[in-house]
Design a protein. Structure first.
Length: 219
């Protein structure tokens, strides 16, 4: 009887331990994915494109994602031959979200489910850049060009969806101008394909050379 009772006790403890493990929430990864495509016709018909002007090659712009979808006009005076994005938010906490987040890691990932990172899953949106490379928190789009004066589409999405008002993050008050998500990204463009060894140097140079500006506040 003693051996049977011992086995029963161990079984109960084992089951309780397994239940505890499964009841403990796993640490989730928040994926962020940008795409760079030709203009989004539906967005184009709904609202005017925003104009990207007054920014020099290598100048760093910092903003929040997921962002409000918009087309952009390249009015920089330069042909954009590469775009570089650097995740500034590498972990995210928000006890007031539903579900709550506690220091969850943030990284580039496949949000739209097409098996690739940085490519459009919409056949109506044509990818502009053929080469997409990831090095830690940095993703670089190259192998293409956005000619000066042309439209392009550059939205960011996250998984789970952290767009304000989408169900996890509360809506942003109507009187607040910046309505982008909580994940911070820094970006810059170049007029030539950057060598991988120079990416960090250019980013630091841009950060030191100019003040950070909000891309989504452009008009």
């Amino acid at each position: 009887m003693t051996r049977i009772a011992t086995k029963i006790a161990l079984s109960v403890l084992g089951a309780a331990g397994i239940s505890f493990l499964f009841s403990t929430p796993a640490r989730a990864v928040i994926f962020v994915e940008p795409i760079v495509t030709t203009k989004n016709q539906e967005v184009f018909e709904a609202k005017k494109p925003r104009t990207l002007t007054g920014f020099l090659p290598g100048e760093v712009i910092e903003y929040g994602v997921p962002d409000v979808a918009n087309n952009f006009v390249n009015a920089t005076g330069y042909d954009i031959k590469s775009l570089v994005f650097d995740l500034k938010t590498l972990s995210y906490s928000n006890p007031n979200s539903n579900p709550a987040f506690d220091n969850e890691p943030v990284q580039w990932g496949d949000v739209n489910g097409d098996g690739k990172i940085g490519n459009s899953a919409d056949p109506d949106l044509k990818d502009i850049f053929t080469d997409i490379t990831i090095a830690g928190s940095t993703i670089t789009f190259s192998g293409g060009v956005i000619p000066n004066g042309t439209l392009f589409y550059n939205p960011f999405a996250s998984l789970p969806n952290l767009a304000p008002g989408a169900g996890i993050i509360p809506p942003i008050p109507a009187d607040q101008e910046d309505k982008d998500g909580p994940i911070r990204v820094a970006s810059y463009y170049t007029t030539a394909v950057p060598e991988s060894t120079n990416l960090l140097g250019v980013l630091v140079f841009g950060a030191l050379g100019v003040a950070l500006k909000l891309k989504r506040s452009l008009c």
